[in-house]
Design a protein around this ligand. Structure first.
Ligand code: OSB
Ligand code: MG
Length: 408
């Protein structure tokens, strides 16, 4: 059998199984990860509500392709026997970070994903059913997260426990949007360092890159620093990107197109700085392609971008087996999605600080309690309650709700 073919078959065949077997030939021995939680049966659902919330950001968040003034997101509320599970969708109302939107996700959730949910089926079976629907990972993650939160709560477990990973303190990282002036950027970094953030990410775009990084490095020679271009460059700009090699960056995130893997592999050969992929990775198969091609040395796992926690676990375990570190990205989530990102980082392989920062950076008021805060060493604690561990405050949820639809 061709090596490539066997790898792919193995990757696919572990969907829905209770044990994740990563058996990519030629490197390490097979890795087994107990996925006991996939055996949990889903009780009959009483009600499902699809809620759209809109929260103003304290300040707009700008990346190379767009600037957002507020957080608008779908929230799925799944109730069964008096217990409520919550799932936040990471899609924006627009397709300027990723192709999926809140409207496309609502459509896919209502018409194609929820109809696959049958009482009595296991979580693993649901995840397997979801593979009938191609792409639409953000929509899938919304449903999967709500169901997993529900199951964890029904079993009296915290989310990370339910997934099979021990509690730990989570590293923090801040993603600074494009700033108006270098001085404002330096000031934002100063404030982040005072809070003891473990890693600083700055957004770059064409024309706002090398000089800005140089200014930061001059002032802060030793900080853990990385840049994210959100796909603003082409291979023609390789020389420009090579200039970044002089600044000891942890990584350059997604320099080339949101849909490219191959050209990143060509670029990585020309750079000393590790590349990290974000937008281009939607599945374990994408991660496999990227790692085998040498398109990146680090992967950003956003659970919402890759179809949810199950695919995130598979990806993290596989990347670890290949010596590729991963970290958790963020999508400026409300406290619901932010809590999921925190639990995810208990999984082995999340060895680099992610984009998990304090709630107070984004919102004057969030829809959950408690907010995310950093301790004196810059770490984040796992939220205290069962499931995702945060409590949704109904009164605030209602205040920020712009539409709501009962689906069941
Ligand atoms: O590329 O990681 C990104 C926010 C919106 C869209 C894309 C990205 C981001 C962030 C913010 O970097 C991460 C966060 O603070 O949640
Ligand atoms: Mg990114």
């Amino acid at each position: 059998m061709v090596a490539g073919a066997s790898r792919h078959t193995l990757a696919k065949s572990s969907y829905g199984k209770t044990e994740l077997i990563i058996n990519y030939p030629g490197k390490l021995p097979p890795m087994r990860h107990p996925m006991e939680f996939l055996k949990t049966a889903i009780a009959p659902i009483g009600h499902i509500d699809l809620i759209t919330v809109k929260l103003p950001f304290i300040q707009p968040f700008a990346i190379s392709s767009f600037s957002w003034a507020c957080k608008e997101a779908l929230v799925l509320k799944v109730e069964s026997g008096g217990v409520t599970g919550w799932g936040e969708c990471v899609a924006d109302p627009d397709p300027f970070y990723a192709p999926e939107t809140t409207a496309s996700c609502a459509y896919i959730i209502k018409n194609f994903l929820l109809p696959l949910l049958e009482p009595g089926m296991t979580l693993g079976e649901l995840s397997q059913q979801f593979h009938k629907v191609r792409g639409n990972e953000m929509a899938k993650a919304t449903v999967e997260n709500a169901v997993i939160d529900l199951l964890a709560k029904q079993n009296g477990m915290k989310l990370h426990q339910f997934l099979g990973w021990p509690e730990k303190k989570i590293m923090s990282g801040i993603s600074l949007g494009l700033q108006e002036t270098p001085d404002k950027l330096l000031q934002a970094i100063e404030e982040a360092l005072a809070k003891k953030y473990h890693r600083i990410k700055m957004k770059i775009k064409k024309g706002q890159d090398v000089d800005w990084v140089a200014a930061v490095r001059q002032r802060f020679p030793d900080i853990a620093l990385m840049v994210d271009a959100n796909g603003d460059y082409t291979l023609d700009e390789t020389a420009r990107l090579q200039e970044l090699d002089a600044y000891n960056l942890m990584m350059i995130e997604q320099p080339l197109s949101y849909s490219d893997i191959y050209q990143h592999s060509l670029l990585q050969k020309e750079l000393k700085t590790p590349l990290c992929l974000d937008e281009s990775i939607h599945t374990l198969a994408d991660a496999h392609t990227a790692i085998e091609l040498g398109a990146c040395r680090i992967i950003n796992i956003k659970q919402g971008r890759v179809g949810g926690l199950i695919e995130s676990l598979r990806m993290a375990v596989y990347a670890a087996s290949q010596g590729i570190p991963v970290w958790s990205g963020g999508m400026d989530e409300t406290g619901i999605g932010r809590a999921v990102n925190i639990h995810l980082q208990t999984v082995a392989g999340f060895s680099i600080p992610g984009d998990t920062s304090e709630t107070s950076r984004y919102f004057h008021e969030d829809i959950v309690d408690p907010p995310v805060v950093l301790d004196e060493e810059g770490f984040i604690a796992i939220p205290p309650g069962p499931g995702i561990g945060v409590e949704i405050i109904e009164e605030r949820l209602q205040r920020y709700t712009i539409s709501t639809e009962r689906l069941l």
